[in-house]
Design a protein around this ligand. Structure first.
Ligand code: SF4
Length: 399
C-alpha cells in the first residue's frame, strides 16, 4: 500500500481516537499541528500511526530520495571546560594529559589527508578550551580555505561561539560576520540538547542556554547562511520538553528559514555522569523521528545519525520520516563512540552507504552540505560489485 492510501485508511478508521484522526487529516491537508497535538502524538500515537504520517510527509517532500554526503570530522580536543552530565568529554578535564588537544598544524594535517579524495565537507566540533579562541578559529578556517577552497566548512556550535565571542568581548552579530568572512560555510546542529531550563540546568548547566543557542543561529541565518538543529532526547526530559524544544525551532524557522535539517540525537549512557539513566528503546527512537518529522513542518530534512543508533536502526528510520543518513565519516569522530554508541569505528564506504539505502528500496543521492545533488546512485554499479558478479558466475560454467 502506498503512503497516500495508508494515511487515507487511517483518516477513515472509525475505531481510532478522533483526535488522532484529526491530526492525520491535518497532515494529509499539509496543515500545521499544534503543541497540544504534538504532545498527544507522543502520549497516544502508536509506532505504526506516527510512522504512517511521517512517511507520508517524507515521501511528499522527497519521494524515495535518501541523502548522504562524503565528509570527515576534525575534533580539535576531547577535553572541555564545561560539565554537561551526559558527555564523556568533560570528565577528562581532571586528567587532561590523557586527552588530545590538536594544534592548528595537526588539524590542517587531518584536512590534507583527504587531498585528492572526493569529500565535500569537513565537520569541525569538539570540546571547549581557552586556547581555541576567535583568532584561532578564524585562522583555521582561512587556512583550510587557502588549502582547499571547495571544501565546505561546517564548524562549531553556539556553545563554542558563545564562549569565544564572550572572551573576545564581541556580540553575536559581529562574531558570526567575522566567522563568515574567515570561511565558515555553515553551522552544525549540536549543543541544542533540550532548551527548556528545567532540564537544561540539570544536564548542561554551565554552557550557553537555549535562548543564546537560538540567538546565534538567528544571527547566522540573517547573514543568509544555513545551519542544522539537534535535540538530545531519551534521558530525564518529558515529552512536553521535547515539544517545547521543537516549538522553539519551528518559530525560529518561521522567522528566518535558515535551518536545513533536524537531527534527533539519542542519549547514550556510557562513560558519563548519567550512566544510571536508562537509554530509550528502538521503538521510542523511531517514534521520536516520526513525531519530529510531523511537528517540524517547516524543516526540509530529518536526519538519522547512523554512527549513534547503528546502521540497522538508521535504515529502519528511513520508513519513519527520515530522508538523510549523514555521511561516510571515515572513522573521524569519537563523540558518540566514547558515550557507548553502536558504532565503535564509524566509517562507511560510499558503496556501503548506497547499499544500505538501496536494499530497502530507496534512492541513494549523494548531496553536498547544502543539499545540491552531487550524484544519483540509483543505478550506479560499483567496481567491487562487478568483480563479485564474476565470482557467482563460476559454478554455472562448471555445471
Ligand atoms: S557536551 Fe560539549 S560543551 Fe558539554 S562537556 Fe561535552 S564537549 Fe563540553
Amino acid at each position: 500500500m502506498n503512503s497516500n492510501r495508508k494515511i487515507t485508511t487511517i483518516i477513515n478508521d472509525e475505531s481510532l481516537d478522533p483526535t488522532l484522526r484529526q491530526i492525520a487529516s491535518k497532515v494529509f491537508d499539509d496543515e500545521r499541528i499544534t503543541e497540544a497535538e504534538g504532545l498527544l502524538l507522543y502520549e497516544k500515537g502508536s509506532l505504526s500511526f506516527v510512522g504512517t504520517l511521517a512517511n507520508y510527509i517524507r515521501e511528499r517532500k522527497h519521494g524515495n530520495n535518501t541523502y548522504f554526503n562524503r565528509n570527515f570530522h576534525v575534533e580539535p580536543t576531547n577535553v572541555c571546560i564545561y560539565t554537561c552530565n551526559f558527555c564523556s568529554y568533560s570528565r577528562l578535564i581532571k586528567k587532561r594529559s590523557e586527552g588530545w588537544e590538536y594544534t592548528m598544524d595537526e588539524m590542517l594535517d587531518i584536512v590534507k589527508k583527504y587531498d585528492g579524495q572526493p569529500v565535500t565537507e569537513v565537520h569541525i566540533v569538539g570540546g571547549v578550551l581557552p586556547q581555541y579562541d576567535v583568532e584561532f578559529y578564524s585562522n583555521l578556517f582561512k587556512s583550510i580555505k587557502a588549502h582547499r577552497p571547495d571544501l565546505h566548512i561546517k564548524a562549531l556550535t553556539p556553545v563554542e561561539y558563545h564562549y569565544i565571542f564572550k572572551m573576545a568581548k564581541i556580540g553575536y552579530a559581529e562574531g558570526m560576520k567575522l566567522m563568515k568572512e574567515s570561511g565558515l560555510d555553515s553551522i552544525p546542529g549540536g549543543g541544542a540538547e533540550i532548551f527548556h531550563p528545567e532540564i537544561r540546568e540539570q544536564i548542561a548547566k554551565d554552557k550557553c542556554n537555549g535562548d543564546q543557542w537560538l540567538a546565534i543561529h538567528e544571527e547566522w541565518h540573517k547573514l543568509g547562511q544555513r545551519s542544522n538543529a539537534t535535540m538530545l532526547y531519551g534521558h530525564i526530559e518529558e515529552y512536553k520538553h521535547r515539544i517545547h524544544h521543537m516549538e522553539q525551532l519551528r518559530q525560529l524557522q518561521d522567522r528566518t528559514g535558515g535551518f536545513q535539517t533536524f537531527i534527533p540525537l539519542k542519549f547514550r549512557n556510557k562513560g558519563n555522569d548519567m550512566s544510571h539513566v536508562a537509554e530509550s528503546t528502538t521503538i521510542e527512537d523511531l517514534r521520536n523521528y516520526a513525531i519530529g518529522r510531523i511537528y517540524l513542518d517547516n524543516f526540509d530534512h530529518v536526519k538519522a545519525y547512523w554512527p549513534m543508533i547503528s546502521r540497522e536502526t538508521a535504515q529502519m528510520a528511513l520508513a519513519f520520516g527520515v530522508d538523510d543518513v549523514d555521511g561516510t565519516i571515515d572513522d573521524t569522530t569519537k563523540i558518540y563512540t566514547m558515550a557507548g554508541s553502536e558504532e565503535q569505528n564509524p566509517a562507511m564506504s560510499t558503496r556501503e552507504l548506497v547499499h544500505l539505502i538501496r536494499s530497502i528500496g530507496r534512492k541513494p543521492i549523494e548531496r553536498d552540505t547544502l543539499y545540491n545533488v552531487v550524484e544519483d546512485y540509483t543505478d550506479h554499479v560499483f567496481e567491487e560489485d562487478e568483480v563479485f558478479k564474476g565470482y557467482v558466475s563460476l559454478p554455472v560454467v562448471g555445471s
